[in-house]
Design a protein around this ligand. Sequence first.
Ligand code: GLA
Length: 388
Amino acid sequence: MIATAPLSEFFEGLFGVEPSGFWAGPGRVNLIGEHTDYNDGLVLPFAIDRQAVAAMRLRGDRRVRLATDYVDGVVETTLDRIGPAGLSGWSAYPLGVVWALGEHGADLTDLPGFDLALISDVPIGAGLSSSAAIESAVAVALNDLWELGLDRRSLARVGQRAENVVVGAPTGIMDQSASLLGEAGCAVFLDCRSLEAETIPLGLEGAGLEVLVIDTRVSHAHADGGYGSRRAACEAGARALGVTSLRDVSLAQLDAGRELLDDVTFRRVRHVVTENERVLETIQVLRLEGPTGIGALLDSSHASMRDDFEISTPELDLATDVARAHGAIGARMTGGGFGGCVIALVPVDAVATVTDGVREAFASAGFTEPGTFSVRPVAGAGRIEVTP
Ligand code: GLA
């Protein structure tokens, strides 16, 4: 939980006035359903207790001033100059949201400017959606301050547009949806075709389980090639199979159409088709047995990403293997892949053993020391109370 008092001080030091409020946007982990969102598929992420917090105040003119404790200096512009092109660096995220709000009905020619100071404890580039955390904090803040009346699904779309068009990362709708639609203790089951969402109680505490994040510290960037090439392979697979998206393909259809695909595309498609099935099974098991029953599904999701989708790394594979060997019920990489984090579902009394085991294994393999911390499912983005 980020304290607002130091952020308030940071804001006042920069802008000479108090902020009028604080808005938080959580990061997320994805429990299961990876690389399915942009295939119109199913995902089951949850918002985590790591968040970006924006302190903001409207101005009497059209200027916009932005600062973060992560990068020195204040970025200055005006609402007249904000377009989808030419934005770069960290301010592309908040300014991208401003631009995308304009696309969603905010009349940017007639609204007041603002000052914004932002801090975050979501690790950057770790696959925990540090960027969606910023986007949703800023989107809910401006939605309140500008009285836009947009609902949370529209705000998720706003964040995604900022990411796709302004930042240039061809990502799906999962991260922003998790960050905006989360509920305490629950995961968000999202159908990325209809955008219908349902919260699913995880029952972690009752089952004596924790979700341990193992950050391999191998950084990834989705504006780079690997993510885009997987997306392109999925689109090529759908075209070859004669469907608009892989959501429309069943395992039986995939087998029947096998000769239409080269081996690599076949495996990419198989990951997506089986992963959608695993999301449905996970929800069923959560309802019938609770979280202790979902370990094998997490493990097979990881195997599918390692072998079929080929987005894992030696660090992610080692972390999952060692976590399981030391008592985790199941473990998988989470997020876009090519680095980032593993989540392991661990009985509370085995967390220290798993943590130590992973650290030792990384040291023996000569890998960078991993970060490890537990996360809790929390509520989605919104205005927060002042805290010391
Ligand atoms: C990243 C993207 C998401 C999703 C995941 C993979 O986190 O931002 O839209 O595609 O990768 O599931």
